[in-house]
Design a binder for this molecule. Structure first.
Ligand code: IMP
Length: 421
């Protein structure tokens, strides 16, 4: 009963969507709680690949309801094209999807400003340029436009007029970019309104009702703990809270509703965009992981930076999120590596430290332990005992150092390639 939360424990791209899809058949509702179209959640079903930027990854299960929570920032065009894509394959989105009336909308000026800031700033974040930061800042400035607002013409008109005036000044005077046209934005929002009519509700109320009726809810995090605006490697982070606090804030559920927090954890580490990454491998090993793991951003196509497993990062994720256990993903990508390194701790300024210093992570040096690899194909393994000896030792080594059990081990992209312990 109650609710499970699936949270990325690293810098995103941990393979959350496959696990969410896996859990979806066992739950009544899947809800996204933060982030927006910066996410790219890949689900492979019967060999067909879907990349969801906004739709909850449970949408491919016909008996599962899906919710886009109040903490999400929503790009109308992205959502509509995703809905159409899935409907084309026969999935019933309109009866299964509920959108929060309090979710904020990404408008064309958010994308324009995100792009312009990335182009012109000296210290680039390497954002996805999807308008995420500017949209969340408008939310905090209390000048945002929410899904519910587009159903009130008069209110929308006055809000848009005032905001667009300020945005156009910013675009033209600061970034020397063309001003945006109110009519075009309004028309786009009106079209969107017509398409989502009937799906917009107070999702906080809906989710609480579901809890009262003993329904099982899965909260789907986007990005990961180290990209959290408060608990990540600021300023090289996203503009939301992918961690447990964000799961509650972005749905309206409370801490007592949650009964399990599962940390989705890749068997090695990747990061896309700028920012420090202590265990990064920039040479041949990094390249090998990237190629074998197909480590290219599903939203931007950018090559992901790759490196070794980092225990301190995982302990940080465990503390911040109160992890119950982890799901270890992409173990198969390590097959064929003669030696596998794990950072078991850090030194900073010559001294060993026992935490993940979010603000000074560029100053740490990893302490490595080297383990023997394995050559055997593991994609057909159905139980932990089917794994080769060295793969089992690798998993056990990580578990002992993190103090967390890997309850699920993913050994390939398909639904079937999943070991449940
Ligand atoms: P933004 O979220 O587009 O503002 O980008 C901020 C940082 O978060 C950049 O380093 C992005 O590459 C990173 N980021 C955003 N979304 C994801 C994701 O879904 N996976 C991995 N990194 C992400």
């Amino acid at each position: 009963m109650g609710c499970k939360v699936l949270i990325g424990t690293q810098w995103g791209d941990e393979g959350k969507a496959k696990l969410i899809d896996y859990f979806s058949k066992k739950v009544d509702i899947v809800a996204r709680y933060q982030g927006g179209p910066n996410a790219g959640h890949t689900v492979v079903v019967n060999g067909k690949k879907y990349i969801f930027h906004l739709l909850p990854s449970g949408i491919l299960h016909k008996n599962t309801k899906c919710v886009i929570g109040n903490g999400v920032v929503l790009d109308p065009d992205t959502l509509i094209s995703e809905i159409k894509e899935v409907e084309k394959d026969g999935y019933d989105v309109r009866n299964n999807l509920f959108i929060s009336d309090a979710a904020h909308l990404i408008i064309s000026y958010h994308r324009a400003i995100d792009g312009a800031m990335e182009e012109t700033s000296k210290e680039k974040i390497g954002t996805t340029k999807r308008g995420i930061g500017p949209c969340y800042s408008d939310k905090c400035l209390r000048i945002g436009i929410r899904v519910g607002d587009i159903f009130d013409d008069k209110y929308l008109d006055s809000r848009l007029k005032e905001t667009l005036h300020a945005k156009n000044m910013q675009l033209s005077r600061i970034f020397s970019m063309p001003e945006l046209d109110m009519k075009a934005i309004k028309k786009n929002l009106e079209d969107f309104r017509d398409q989502i009519k009937g799906m917009v509700i107070n999702t906080q109320h809906y989710l609480h009702k579901a809890i009262e009726q003993n329904k099982v809810i899965l909260l789907e995090g986007a990005q990961g703990t180290a990209l959290d605006i408060d608990h990540g490697t600021y300023p090289f982070v996203t503009s939301s809270n992918p961690t447990i606090g964000g799961a509650l804030m972005g749905t309206g559920l409370n801490a007592f509703c949650v009964d399990e927090v599962i940390g989705i954890t890749k068997a090695y580490v990747t990061r896309v965009g700028e920012g420090p990454f202590p265990t990064e491998e920039t040479g041949e090993i990094g390249e090998q992981l990237r190629t074998k793991g197909a480590e290219f951003g599903s939203t931007t196509g950018r090559p992901r930076r790759c490196g070794w497993f980092d225990i301190e990062l995982l302990k940080h994720a465990k503390r911040i999120n109160g992890l119950s256990n982890i799901a270890l993903t992409k173990l198969d990508v390590l097959t064929g590596m003669p030696k596998i390194k794990v950072a078991t701790g850090y030194t900073m300024e010559g001294k060993q430290i026992d935490y993940f210093p979010t603000g000074k992570i560029d100053k740490v040096k990893p302490i490595y332990k080297e383990l023997d690899g394995w050559d055997q194909d593991i994609t057909k393994c159905k139980s932990f005992n089917d794994l080769p000896k060295n793969a089992k030792s690798y998993v056990t080594f990580l578990e002992e150092h993190m103090g967390l059990k890997a309850s699920i081990i993913s050994v390939g992209p398909d639904r079937e390639c999943t070991i449940v312990r």
